[in-house]
Design a protein around this ligand. Structure first.
Ligand code: DGJ
Length: 753
């Protein structure tokens, strides 16, 4: 049974999740929070015994060599030479922390338990709370901390403040895996065998970044694989600059710590101010990398994604952004004309199914017009698409990427009657309407910049570096945050907009704020805080509008953002072959439901590669399906085939979006990539196989499925053939011969025999 237990005499806490345990002890005399266990389930008695057996004598040799002592939250001070959790300057120039555990609390709330442990500095007015939250239905442990200056005089400067310190048990060696990449090549899985020293993954870009995701996995002695072995994984809920350090001490102790990036970012805590750090979530799985991914997906569907999140104590998921009642969505949508995201796409037990969307970006680029969009909308509706999204180019002065950002008024030349006429047409053919915005940015060639040149991030006497001809608004300023909220609020109030694609096409540079003399570096923190506040305010004011996080593709995907949006744009690279790898990496950390995947034109505009329509569909149908091609140039046959594939997708969508994902084969390792989804009740099975012929590599003729009931029978919903689970898992299903590239969709339903 999940929950939190305490052994009073040894002050040992045991956190129990459905399939893991986590134990720590508060040693009041030594004033430390000692890590005892993270991994396979144990009972409280065993946790106490682990504490006793690994007890370290006070002042003993090991303790003075502090870095070898596994602490839950590491104060910088004494002989501690590894990465600390917290480092501060006190007003009198003292810099070391000495604290005592001063109390704890356990709160239970609707299937969640939160443990808070308070530590107080022995002399200075510095109080720190270390928090843990667990769930009755997930193996994720959310951790974060709160740092307070409870004094009346003098500021405390926080130099480094991590959300958590995850201690791993002593092992001869550990392998780390993480996701790196770039624009158009996000989420490439990399791995490294850890040696004494540090591996640092981070973003200093003011946002999550394409270059690295705030996620990692660790497996002891590189023994895990896709289906078996122990895996420990962490994920940070922060959309600004972040840092995760995997440090192996000389004594071969591994700890994984991190949170806000400390680079150029001291935080001044004035008297009575507090700093609440973002959630750093972690999980343990004994079912290999596949098990760890499924555990992340489940947690995100149940507790993170906007429409599934519940109220709770986690600071990155504030209550204002949580608990949108589904009933309200249904009511309000019903009052909209022909809203496509109707109850037909909703699941009674959880988050709503994502609608099939059309996005006009790769069809029209900036050449948006009412007639052109209306024509695309008609074609999209004929294909069964449910949500029509007008991308970049709809606002004043936007003919290319040189001008217009910041002037969020409908271009009257392109839309003489405003957006209303187009929205009526879109609704009239049965689709909901969505709009692209990039509200954190400004082109120097815009009315906004001419009126407020001081609103952008900049240093006096330094170049304002442009990227894609744009500058970044200083969202840390409250007047700028108000402008962004008011702009979006106006658009959402004026027009019947059902969906917003929120883009961010460049990262921060010259993070200066000349008007802020006290603590200009707080821009790093307050930019992201205000981003969250604006999103939370918009969601509260417009509860029926869905949001997508886009950042030049997948540049802002993290738990903090997922808590505020329904979906994310995965990559600007829509080439289906490249997407197989990008989607494989994405699935390590993030749920399928959030992963937007479009079918676009052939040859692909970015890579010029030609691929069959069905192959492109099969790759995109493995996520939340969208179409992004120029439908006006598709032939009648192509549109008819697309209509049939959209219909097929709608039939398999609940299994794809909510099912348990099994990565059956990776294109990194051979000519075949394959993934399978099994519905939670085990009744439906969907599998996609993609083959890419490679010289002299034999083509596998069968695909072995996973996670079926060996004794049950399954009907192939296309051929009608019935086969036993054992046969499908041991022998597999036939694969088509591959000449160049080919793909296959398998749909099964468990049948009573
Ligand atoms: C980058 C996005 O990823 C694209 O999908 C598109 O919205 C462009 N920006 C528009 O400028």
């Amino acid at each position: 049974m999940a929950g939190i237990e305490l052994d009073e005499s040894s002050q040992t806490f045991l956190l129990t999740t459905p399939a893991s345990s986590y134990a720590l002890s508060c040693d009041q005399e030594a004033s430390i929070l000692r890590h005892l266990h993270w991994g396979a389930p144990i009972d409280l008695e065993s946790a106490v015994a682990i504490g006793r057996a690994s007890d370290v004598p006070l002042g003993g040799e090991r303790l003075t060599w502090g870095s070898e002592l596994p602490l839950e939250y590491v104060p910088w001070g004494g002989q501690r030479y590894d990465e600390p959790s917290l480092k501060v300057d006190f007003p009198d120039a003292t810099r070391g922390i000495e604290w005592r555990v001063s109390g704890h609390s356990v709160k239970a709330f609707e299937g969640t338990w939160t443990l808070g442990i308070e530590l107080r500095d022995t002399h200075y007015p510095l109080w720190v709370d270390v928090f843990y939250r667990i769930f009755d239905d997930a193996d994720v442990i959310e951790r974060w901390a709160r740092v307070r200056n409870v004094g009346d005089e003098g500021a405390i400067v926080v130099r480094q403040a991590h959300s958590a310190n995850w201690c791993l048990r002593l092992e001869p060696g550990w392998r780390a895996r993480y996701l790196q990449g770039g624009w158009g090549s996000e989420n490439q899985l990399s791995e490294v065998l850890l040696q004494p020293g540090k591996v640092v993954i981070e973003s200093r870009r003011g946002t999550t970044s394409h270059e690295c995701a705030p996620w990692f996995s660790l497996d002891p002695n590189a023994q895990a694989n896709e289906t078996t072995g122990e895996v420990f994984s962490g994920s940070l809920a922060w959309s600004g600059s972040w840092k995760i350090v995997l440090e192996t001490t000389p004594g071969r102790r591994l700890h994984a710590c991190g949170g806000l990036n400390d680079f150029d970012a001291p935080i001044v805590l004035e008297p009575h101010a507090e700093l609440v750090l973002p959630v750093f979530a972690g999980l343990y799985s004994s079912e290999g990398f596949g098990g760890a991914s499924r555990a992340w997906h489940h947690y995100q569907l149940r507790h993170v994604l906007w429409h599934a999140a519940r109220d709770g104590a986690s600071p990155s998921f504030p209550s204002s952004a949580l608990g949108r009642p589904d009933a309200a969505r249904t009511r309000s949508r019903a009052s909209r004309p022909a809203g496509a995201m109707s109850s037909a796409t909703k699941s009674p037990d959880g988050p709503a199914l994502r609608p099939v969307l059309y996005n006009s970006w790769e069809a029209t680029w900036f050449a948006v017009s009412e007639a052109g969009q209306a024509h695309l909308a008609e074609l999209a509706a004929e294909m069964g698409i449910e949500l029509f999204v007008v991308d970049d180019g709809w606002f004043t002065g936007r003919r290319n990427d040189h001008a217009g950002l910041g002037d969020w008024f409908v271009d009257k030349e392109k839309f003489p009657e405003g957006l209303g006429a187009l929205i009526s047409k879109v609704n009239g053919v049965g689709m909901a309407f969505g709009l692209w915005v990039e509200p954190e940015m400004v082109n120097p060639d815009s009315a906004l910049y001419r009126a407020h040149p001081d609103w952008v991030l900049h240093f006096a006497h330094r170049t304002r570096t442009q990227r894609r001809n744009q500058l970044v608004l200083n969202l840390a300023r409250d007047d700028v945050a108000d402008f962004v909220f008011t702009t979006l609020d106006r658009l959402l109030s004026e027009y019947a907009i059902d969906f917003v694609k929120w883009d961010m096409n460049r990262h921060l540079s010259e993070p200066g704020w000349p008007d802020e003399r006290q603590n200009p570096e707080r821009v790093w923190l307050d930019y992201t805080r205000n981003l969250y506040t604006v999103l939370d305010r918009l969601r509260a004011a417009h509860p029926n509008v869905d949001f997508e996080s886009c950042s030049g593709g997948g540049g802002r995907v993290d738990l903090g953002m997922l808590a505020r949006v329904e979906q994310v744009w995965t990559s600007d690279n829509t080439d289906a072959l490249d997407r197989i790898l990008i989607q494989e990496g994405f699935s390590q950390a993030w749920t399928t439901q959030a992963m937007m995947a479009w079918v676009t034109d052939s040859p692909n505009p970015m890579t010029k590669r030609r691929l069959p329509l069905r192959f492109r569909f099969h790759v995109a149908m493995a996520g939340s399906l969208g179409i992004g091609g120029n439908l006006a140039e598709w032939s009648d046959e192509e549109r008819a085939e697309a209509r049939e594939l959209v219909e097929t997708y709608k039939a398999i969508r609940p299994t794809v979006q909510f099912g348990h994902l099994y990565r059956l084969a990776s294109i990194e390792k051979g000519p075949l990539a394959a993934r399978e989804y099994v519905s939670a009740d085990g009744r439906f099975v969907v599998a996609f196989a993609y083959s890419v012929a490679k010289p002299l590599r034999p083509w596998p003729s069968r695909l072995r499925l996973a996670a079926l009931d060996p004794a049950a029978s399954y009907r192939n919903l296309d051929s009608g053939a019935i086969e036993r689970g054992a046969v499908l898992m041991q022998l597999g299903v036939d694969l088509p011969n591959a000449l160049d590239v080919s793909s296959m969709l398998v749909r099964l339903e468990r049948v009573e025999t």
